[in-house]
Design a binder for this molecule. Structure first.
Ligand code: TMP
Length: 220
C-alpha cells in the first residue's frame, strides 16, 4: 500500500483461527528483529476501540445494518489515519486482524448492504486503501463453525446452536471472501484453515518473508 512499511491483514470467518495465526506471525517476525505493529478492526486506536464497544457490545441486531456499516467505516478511517498510515510511513510492518474485506463479507454479502455503498465509503473515507497482502483462512464453513463451537461447549450439533439462516449467512460471507481473493490473487494468500496450526503458520511466514525480501524491509 505504501512505499514504506508493509500492511498485512488477516481475514476469515468464525473458527478460522485467524487471530491466533496473526499472533504467531507477529511473534515470528519480531523474533527476526522486524518492527511489527499488531492491530485489529474494528478498533486499534482508543477512539476506534470505543466504536468497537458500541458495535459489538450485545447483539448486532440492536442496530440497522446501515448504522453498523457507517460505524465500521468510521472506525476504519480513524484506524488508518491515526495508526496505520503513521506506522507505515515509519517503515513498520502493520498486521491487522480484519480490514475492509470484513465489511464486504459481513455487511455486504452477510447482511445485504449495497456493495457499491461499501466501496464508495471506502473510497471517500479510507482512500481506497488496500493491504499489501491479505491472508485469508478458508475452509468448509460447517466444519469451522463446529470447531468454533467446540471451543465453547462440547454439546449439541450445529443445528442445535445455529438456525439454518445463520449457517447460510456464514456461507455467504465465506463465498464473498473467496470471490474477492480470486479477483486479485496477487494480493491474497488463501490458506486451508483445516491444516495444523504449525503448517498454517509456516505457510504464512514463508509468503510474508518473500514479500519482505522483495520490499527490502530490514530489521530494526
Ligand atoms: P473479531 O471477532 O474477529 O474480533 O471481529 C469482530 C466482529 O466484527 C466479527 O463478528 C466481525 C465483525 N465485523 C464486521 O461485521 N464488519 C467489519 O467491517 C469488521 C472489521 C468486523
Amino acid at each position: 500500500m505504501s512505499q514504506n512499511g508493509l500492511f498485512l491483514v488477516f481475514e476469515g470467518g468464525d473458527g478460522s483461527g485467524k487471530s491466533s495465526q496473526r499472533d504467531i506471525l507477529v511473534e515470528r517476525l519480531k523474533a527476526r528483529g522486524l518492527d511489527v505493529v499488531p492491530t485489529r478492526e474494528p478498533g486499534g486506536t482508543p477512539f476506534a476501540e470505543e466504536i468497537r464497544d458500541l458495535l459489538l457490545r450485545g447483539s448486532m441486531d440492536k442496530m440497522h445494518p446501515k448504522t453498523g456499516l457507517g460505524l465500521f467505516a468510521a472506525a476504519r478511517a480513524e484506524h488508518l489515519e491515526t495508526l496505520v498510515y503513521p506506522h507505515l510511513a515509519a517503515g513498520r510492518i502493520v498486521i491487522s486482524d480484519r480490514f475492509v474485506d470484513s465489511t464486504f463479507a459481513y455487511q455486504g454479502s452477510g447482511e445485504g448492504c449495497s456493495m457499491e455503498t461499501i466501496a464508495a465509503l471506502h473510497r471517500e473515507l479510507c482512500d481506497d486503501a488496500q493491504a499489501d497482502l491479505t491472508i485469508l483462512l478458508d475452509g468448509p464453513v460447517r466444519t469451522l463453525l463446529e470447531r468454533a463451537l467446540g471451543r465453547i461447549a462440547d454439546t449439541g450439533s450445529l443445528e442445535d446452536r445455529f438456525e439454518s439462516a445463520d449457517i447460510a449467512f456464514h456461507e455467504r460471507k465465506a463465498q464473498c471472501y473467496r470471490d474477492r481473493a480470486a479477483a486479485a490473487p496477487e494480493r491474497y494468500l488463501v490458506v486451508d484453515a483445516l491444516q495444523s496450526i504449525e503448517a498454517i503458520a509456516d505457510q504464512i511466514e514463508a509468503a510474508v518473508l518473500r514479500l519482505i525480501e522483495n520490499r527490502r524491509i530490514a530489521a530494526a
